[in-house]
Design a protein around this ligand. Structure first.
Ligand code: ZN
Length: 118
């Protein structure tokens, strides 16, 4: 299905980011029921896009894997006997991050293995 484009009328004043006069840069979400927004420059349009980027929701499997990663990283903190991340050395911080990430990835891999039918 081809998205319906709303006609763009004369650019309204002001730029959605900095309030300067808009200058032909606009954003219009194809499925949204909101009017288009206008910008004075590509820079302002990029600022607006970053600020209005939708948050990516984790799937249930990803949320479960995130907890597994947190548990692995927490076990490392228990091993060190510290909970204040600001007190970790650079090497300990790197190890904490690796265990968090590795725990997340390995949990996703276990979930994927459990779902493969062969
Ligand atoms: Zn602007």
């Amino acid at each position: 299905m081809k998205p319906v484009r709303r006609p763009v009328e004369s650019p309204p004043y002001p730029c959605a980011v900095c309030s300067r006069a808009s200058a032909g840069f606009a954003f219009s979400a194809p499925q949204a029921q909101v009017p288009p927004v206008f910008f004075c420059s590509m820079h302002c349009s990029e600022v607006w896009m970053v600020a209005h980027r939708r948050k990516i929701e984790l799937t249930r499997d990803e949320a479960t894997a995130a907890l597994a990663g947190g548990k692995a990283a927490g076990a490392f903190l228990d091993q060190l006997g510290r909970t204040d991340l600001g007190q970790l050395s650079r090497v300990e911080w790197a190890e904490f991050c690796e265990r968090l990430t590795r725990g997340y990835i390995e949990a996703l891999q276990r979930q994927a293995d459990a779902q493969v039918p062969f």
